[in-house]
Design a protein around this ligand. Structure first.
Ligand SMILES: C[S@@+](CC[C@H](N)C(=O)[O-])C[C@H]1O[C@@H](n2cnc3c(N)ncnc32)[C@H](O)[C@@H]1O
Length: 516
């Protein structure tokens, strides 16, 4: 078995009393690493649970549970050792010896599978594509060039220096390492930049290129669900938000990182997120979506009748949530919000998010669905800052999201709109959205209560329609003050557009067919 003499070892475990440096000989037995210290004390480490992280070409961080040779005490604790080797080759050989001996501990033919909570929930193909995407600089650049986003993070960190100065920070999903660098600028004692994708290598380079900060940042390549760190964090920083806040299911990793790495009373940046929602009216958007299925109305497409697929295509287009920046005047009533508190929520609470809806229409119009956006709070000790993606606020790369119903609802000013937004997580790192919206009885008979009209939709947050290249109808924004200027019904549309709409819908959407 390989033996490495004269290895310089620093014990940097939080549990060790201060930092200790010693020179040891490292030997490998099947499944174990033995360190022989100068005073003939021997320490054994179980390699099955050990993590080896490269700090530099000649330095490694070795994190593991420990059991002392000849000691019956079964108590083990996590320990972090920094190994420094004379040459790069020696460091590389040590890594291969760890790998070899890890597998040497298994019986012949045993296949070792390290499954984490992440692997249990997420399809491997989805995870592969996801981390491939974030492994590319162009996508990190896209986020860095969202100045509303990155500028708000920067301000939140530097204005709250008091929360970072002298503190241990974990950057959950560090990407390029930008938030780790901000934390180091704000005086962090040490930052662990945890990143699962190949971007970790670029983060190392970026951090290396900033000599005044690099000594205080360690890039750890791996999933927050799987890696180990040598010490607890005083503060977690992360940008885990996707479209509608929850897309990508990274909030779950943020909450898992809290449970694994954050000291009690530690802080989280951001600490809460809110999903905001309001019914909207947008005739142009509705017609645009309905029009997409028009292709399938053709009865002679190279001699083939396509119409049997028209209904499916129509429903398919309405199952795509629309991502764009819209004029807030399209909202039919003041928004409501649902809060997710990252500091105390359980990870499982993110698997199914059930939000009751209740609004009062401020205008008589057709409601085409539910508009959604989010904000997050940096609850700093000096300054509180919100990062908002609201319509009418400076646009971010998240824009806003609208769930469009294939059957719009007719409302009068003062009428109650109720419903439910149910988000159910799926293994492709996203959610199925179930939307139900109803209008309550209005006018004579209203006191008896009851639902007048209900519309439902099932949408996949993973398959949004990015409507950003389309011209926005802001010039003729449907002014809530002048609803009569809007297209008031599908019957007012051109015959071609009417053709695009499901005949059943044409019947239901006729003002005459509703009992208002
Ligand atoms: C939205 S990006 C943010 C990147 C960077 N923090 C920033 O603000 O520019 C999220 C990053 O988290 C990483 N990530 C997502 N889930 C992760 C996990 N479970 N463990 C480690 N990294 C993860 C992704 O690869 C991606 O680079």
């Amino acid at each position: 078995m390989a033996e490495f003499a004269g290895v310089s070892v620093s014990d940097i475990s939080a549990s060790a009393s201060g930092q200790q440096h010693f020179v040891a000989a490292a030997c490998f037995d099947p499944g174990q690493l033995r360190l022989r210290l100068p005073d003939s004390v021997e320490i054994r480490f179980d390699l099955k649970t050990a993590q080896v992280l490269r700090l530099s070409a000649v330095a490694l961080l070795f994190v593991t549970g420990e059991s002392k040779s000849g000691n019956e005490d079964k108590n083990s604790f996590s320990r972090a050792l920094k190994f420094e080797f004379g040459t790069e080759n020696e460091s590389r050989d040590f890594c291969s010896a760890v790998e070899k001996c890890r597998h040497g501990s298994l019986e012949n033919g045993t296949v070792i599978v390290h499954k984490s909570k992440f692997d249990d929930k997420i399809e491997p193909t989805s995870a592969k594509m996801y981390f491939h995407y974030y492994g590319q600089l162009l996508h990190q650049q896209n986020m860095l060039q969202d100045y509303v986003r990155t500028g708000t993070y920067y301000a939140a960190v530097v204005e709250n220096r008091i929360d970072f100065n002298g503190r241990v920070v974990v950057d959950v999903g560090a990407g390029s390492g930008i938030l780790s660098l901000f934390a180091a600028q704000a005086g962090a004692k040490h930052v662990y930049a945890v990143e699962a994708s190949e971007m970790a290598e670029y983060a190392r380079k970026l951090i290396d290129g900033n000599p005044s900060l690099r000594e205080r940042i360690t890039v750890v390549k791996g999933k927050v669900e799987e890696i180990d760190l040598p010490e607890k964090a005083d503060i977690l920083i992360s940008e885990p938000m996707g479209t509608l806040l929850v897309n990508e299911r990274m909030l779950e990793s943020y909450v898992i990182a809290r449970d694994r790495f954050l000291a009690s009373n530690g802080k989280m940046f951001p600490s809460i997120g809110r999903i905001h929602m309001a019914p909207f009216s947008d005739e142009y958007l509705y017609v645009e979506i309905a029009n997409k299925a028009l292709f399938w109305q053709q009865q002679n497409y190279y001699g083939v009748n396509l119409t049997s697929l028209y209904g499916s295509a129509f429903q398919g287009y309405f199952s795509q949530p629309v991502v764009d920046a819209f004029d807030p005047r399209l909202l039919v009533s003041p928004p409501t919000f649902h809060t997710l508190n990252f500091t105390n929520m359980k990870e499982e609470e993110l698997y199914e998010i059930d939000i009751p809806l209740n609004y009062t229409a401020t205008v008589g119009t057709r409601v085409h669905g539910l508009a959604c956006w989010f904000d997050v709070l940096f609850d700093g000790s000096s300054v509180q800052r919100w990062l908002s993606t609201a319509p009418g606020s400076p646009t971010t790369h998240w824009y806003q999201l609208r769930c469009v119903l294939s059957q719009p609802l007719y409302v009068m000013a003062g009428q109650e709109i109720t419903g439910r937004l149910l988000l159910v997580a799926h293994s492709a790192q996203s959610y199925t959205i179930y939307l139900t919206m109803s209008v309550k009885m209005w006018g004579p008979g209203a006191e008896q209560g009851g639902i007048l009209q209900t519309s439902t939709g099932k949408l996949d947050l993973k398959e949004p329609y990015y409507r950003l290249s389309q011209p926005q109808p802001y010039a003729w924004a449907q002014d809530q003050q002048q609803p009569q200027q809007q297209i008031s019904s599908l019957q007012d549309l051109s015959p071609q557009i009417q053709d695009a709409v499901d005949p059943a819908l044409m019947q239901q959407s006729s003002p005459n067919s509703t009992a208002l």
